[in-house]
Design a binder for this molecule. Structure first.
Ligand SMILES: *Cc1c(COP(=O)(O)O)cnc(C)c1O
Length: 501
């Protein structure tokens, strides 16, 4: 029991430390992945505690960005349009030519999809509200009014999620008067559908829902904004099919991935979201709109206010004009360009097909192959790895560095360093030059060659390497890490020794 609990602590020896499920999971896993690129980098920072002295970039957490099961979320109209463009099963196989085929779709067909989907949403909302209002005992007048909410031709915005504080579901309500003005512009009408749920014990979440239900009751926005109770997958399905723009306002970097915005893609909906989760890797000006500056600001109220401001600005100056600027056939051509590019570029990329393929290729198949190798010959390799690990951890502390010499000439740096491996088997380790990457790429340590044996010492050698002098020699540090081609480092041998000059 004690041993088991220790697996859930940063410091296994510290019995006062609370048990952490994620730590246990990491210690029991042969591979670890996050669910978006940003989530990968956040997770490497969170779990760097488990890999002390390892560079953050080498904390062994990769990522596979989530995707949605596209056939679950497409409307009948979307299904028809994609089938006409790409054949019956666009979401199987490598989806190679899907993008080109959607890019070739004419404006009127794409716009037709939006019109049909929006109209279906309006009908759904009226039927849903009829039941919702009747069940809540609203006045007959209100029940009657619910049958004329929304306009099938008006720009339709949607926002639906669990009302957790980090998602800032009331960011749009930051300045309610301003939101009301946006919604009630006669010439450029905008309508907004909100759906959400809060955990029964989540008081701030419930308070945010009340803010919306109160806003919805304002006489001037009647019929222009709808709150749908009991958000679930059936509601989500209708919403993601019908809206023109899906809004998401989490506080970066709290949204691990987010998938609801992916569900609108196949239906030609556009995203306007915080640069967080999947949107921080999907966003480009050609495919939608973004708020945030790609940095973290904690829960600074001034920053929330600034983001609310940029949300209103985007809506007022970009989204709404783009929707209502029409050509002679009454088609919003700028909107169509974004919609086409969002569908072509993002729908295949954020589909479960791509996700499952990536899991299979980068995680499952390698894991299965590694397992087969380890278990062959009655687990000969597995046993070898266990012994290698034991040898490493028993003797690691005996490793010492001697002097380091650096000579820079002819456009390169020549490093040589004395290493005393003492009781550690020399083939079990690798001596490397490490430099922090200058961008957010993966570091590429340079392997040092073992050379002359140090005289007067057992198991001591000079290691050397030459690197191009495009960075100063001081950027590089010599280090020793456990090394075995079939083993996972640092996951299975969490040891590292740095040369300190
Ligand atoms: C897709 C979906 C979610 C998850 O979406 P987020 O982007 O995390 O909000 C949550 N609830 C329902 C009902 C969904 O359909």
């Amino acid at each position: 029991m004690g041993e088991f609990l220790a697996l859930g602590r940063r410091d296994p020896a510290d019995e006062s430390e609370p048990f952490n499920m994620a730590y246990l999971a990491i210690r029991g896993s042969g591979a670890i992945n996050a669910v978006s690129r940003l989530h990968g980098s956040v997770s490497r920072a969170i779990f760097s505690d488990l890999f002390p002295r390892w560079p953050k970039a080498e904390v062994p957490v990769g990522y596979v960005t989530n995707g949605v099961h596209t056939p679950t979320w497409d409307s009948v109209y979307a299904q028809r349009l994609w089938a006409a463009a790409c054949g019956k099963e666009p979401w199987v196989g490598t989806m190679e030519d899907v993008s080109a085929k959607i890019r070739a779709m004419p404006d009127d067909l794409l716009w037709g999809l939006r019109m049909s989907n929006r109209k279906a949403l309006v009908e759904y909302l009226r039927a849903r509200l009829l039941r919702q209002y009747a069940a809540a005992g609203e006045s007959p007048e209100d029940v009657k009014l619910s049958q004329s909410v929304f306009n099938p031709n008006a720009l339709t915005l949607g926002f639906a999620r669990r009302f957790a504080t980090y998602r800032r579901p009331t960011l749009l309500l930051h300045d309610p008067e301003r939101l009301a003005r946006i919604l009630t512009n006669r010439r450029l009408p905008v309508q907004l559908v909100i759906a959400g749920k809060a955990h029964p014990a989540d008081e701030p979440g419930k308070a945010m829902i009340r803010q919306w239900t109160q806003f919805v009751k304002r006489p001037e926005v009647r019929g222009r904004v709808v709150f749908v109770a009991d958000y679930d997958m059936m509601v989500a399905e209708q919403l993601v099919q019908g809206v023109d723009v899906w809004i998401n306002t989490p506080r970066r970097p709290w949204e691990a991935s987010g998938t609801s915005g992916m569900k609108v893609l196949v239906n030609g909906g556009l995203n306007l979201s915080e640069l967080d989760g999947w949107w921080s890797e999907a966003y480009a000006p050609e495919v939608g709109w973004a708020i945030g500056d790609g940095r973290e600001h904690g829960d600074d109220p001034a920053w929330d206010a600034a983001e609310a401001e940029s949300l209103y600005e985007l809506l007022g100056h970009e989204v709404i004009p783009a929707f209502y600027t029409r050509n002679e056939k009454d088609i919003p051509t700028r909107w169509m360009a974004r919609m086409r590019e969002s569908m072509a570029r993002l729908t295949p990329r954020f589909s479960a097909n791509r996700t499952v393929r990536e899991y299979t290729e980068t995680y499952y198949l390698p894991a299965a192959a590694a397992y087969r190798k380890r278990e062959a010959n009655r687990g000969a390799l597995a046993e070898e790895i266990v012994n290698w690990r034991r040898d490493m951890s028993e003797h690691w502390a005996t490793i010492r560095f001697g002097s380091l010499e650096v000579a820079s000439a002819g456009g390169s740096h020549q490093f040589s360093v004395e290493v005393h491996l003492d009781e550690v088997v020399r083939d079990n380790v690798s001596v490397e030059l490490y430099a922090e990457p200058t961008d957010d790429s993966r570091p590429v340590p340079i392997s040092m060659r073992r050379g002359t044996k140090l005289s007067g010492w057992e198991n001591g050698y000079i290691y050397s390497a030459q690197v191009q002098a495009d960075r100063p020699a001081s950027d590089y540090t010599v280090r020793i890490i456990p090394s075995k081609p079939e083993a996972l480092v640092p996951l299975e041998a969490n040891l590292i020794a740095w040369h300190r000059s």
